[in-house]
Design a protein around this ligand. Sequence first.
Ligand code: S3P
Length: 175
Amino acid sequence: MKSNLVLVGFMGTGKTSLGRKLAKSLSKDFIDTDAEIEKITGLSIPLLFKKHGEIRFRSEEKLVVKKAAERDECVISTGGGVVLIPENISALSRKGWIIGLTASPEVIFARVSKRSNRPLLYKKKSVEYIENLLKQRESYYQCADITLDTSKLPPEELITLILQFLMERGKNEKN
Ligand code: S3P
């Protein structure tokens, strides 16, 4: 039986904030892969990109994902690019359901504009840029077992939908 819930999705789709709430309501541990990378490297994500580049970031991310994927009873919030590496998703889906979060480019833009902690959007924030990057990644996010739009529903309703999904899958796993 899968006991982890893995949140995937583009930057600004609400993975971390929903993940924390979900972990609390299900009494599971919460893991945020970006926060783990920052702990291990001693660098903030923007600084890690600046000093060592995206390739190094992706290899740190892969190690963190591998470790998190081995745990049980966790809600794992991932960085927006975790889906780009197939090994990440195959490791995470062994013990976890993949919950995809999505939002409209306008909502993402409004959310990411408030903060400057995303190197891939540094100096490039616009609805058009986000739309393009979303298109490039669209097929990768299709790895999710269920996808929910966070621009339309409040966290409580999203959590209810996730719980319904888990109940359905639980029933199917027993049959
Ligand atoms: C990234 C998303 C970020 C972070 C890094 C790269 C991406 O995480 O992992 O800046 O490639 O989409 P969030 O999705 O939490 O912003």
